[in-house]
Design a protein around this ligand. Structure first.
Ligand SMILES: [Fe+2]
Ligand SMILES: [Fe+2]
Length: 143
């Protein structure tokens, strides 16, 4: 059975990764160069609202559980080219899905069913992000 402490630690770690995602997408949108800059900049910027929404939900839940929400982001790697940026995005989104799947199981164990349902919705968002990134990468390697 997941303890409340364990759940809060998991939520705060996920929160740091959401802040990382916001910084990553904003930075990549600013830094991406080359003839695909326009489309990639829009693609990166479009993700920010979802990730901020996830961060808002997580911070609210940590606070509702009587603890302090994390205030810092995990580090962001800034690679020199668009291909590597997309690979980083793909990895981050894949890891987010794994992280939330584990966290959802913990929420269910702790009888936090509303939270489990919210995490389920976040998994849907991250899956869409991952699949859209895969499609972009597929288009690029087929070029
Ligand atoms: Fe997210
Ligand atoms: Fe995402």
């Amino acid at each position: 059975m997941a303890s409340k402490k364990e759940l809060v630690q998991g939520l705060n770690d996920a929160l740091r990764y959401e802040y990382q995602a916001v910084v990553m997408y904003n930075t990549y949108a600013a830094a991406v160069s080359g003839i695909h800059r326009g489309e990639l900049k829009e693609f990166f910027l479009d993700e920010i609202a979802d990730e901020l929404g996830h961060a808002e939900l997580l911070a609210n839940k940590v606070s509702a559980l009587g603890e302090e929400p994390a205030t810092e982001a995990h580090d962001v790697d800034l690679p020199p080219d668009e291909e590597a940026m997309l690979e980083n995005v793909l990895q981050a989104e894949s890891e987010a899905i794994e992280r939330y799947t584990e966290l959802m199981a913990k929420a269910e164990e702790a009888d936090e069913l509303g939270l489990a349902n919210d995490l389920h919705d976040i998994i849907s968002d991250e899956t869409t992000h991952k699949e859209e990134t895969e499609k972009l990468l597929r288009g690029r390697t087929a070029r």
